[in-house]
Design a protein around this ligand. Sequence first.
Ligand SMILES: [Fe+2]
Length: 249
Amino acid sequence: MAHDLAAVAGDDLAMAYRRLNAAYQQTLRYAEDVRRLYQQVQRSIYQSLLGLANALEAKDPYTRGHSERVGTWSRLTAVALGLARAEAETIGRAGLLHDIGKIGVPEAVLQKRDRLAPDEWTQMQRHPLVGAQIVAPFEFFAAGAITIRHHHERLDGSGYPDGLEGPAIPLGARIVAVADVYDALTSDRPYRAALTHAAAVEQLHAEAGRRLDAEVVVVFLETMRELQEETRRVGARAALSGTAGAPAR
Ligand SMILES: [Fe+2]
């Protein structure tokens, strides 16, 4: 009799365990669905923000491709500095969206060839704040909003909007600043022609430790060198396989 009771109790226990395990597996599946959905929502939001950044580049032809280059170089530099993948990804996205606040700056100011008047300069200097406000509703991008806000801060405190100094400037913002300055120097602007890579490197070295983070400058230039080598290798391979110069379709 006691033996039968024990057998029944054992069966109940086994069944309860199976149910518990099934419920646990179901919870895991739900969690995975939620995670995937969350990532999908994040991607859609980034796509919308990217649309805004593209709209900005259409407004200001001198910055065409600038956001994409600064985004890519910032991400690669963050990786080369040893940051975790997710952190580097956020810095890359912040680099992509760093000037999104310029959407609020009139075209006449963005494209002006002459020196900006004080009130125009004030309008221009608001763009990091406006940009941070645009992305602020997205909690998952809080670090990105901070990077956008501070991408014009300079080590010596001469930057804006908060005049932060040295290590008080978030690392992501120090990275985006270097990529941004390099791309600005090597691009045509309404007020001057593009500098050569060598001249831009010289300027970055001159600013390293003064207005730009010295370690970031070194790692950024190393990353650029590797990228250029890679481009040369790919170009050489394409030439060898006879695909170089094929018309784009
Ligand atoms: Fe900017």
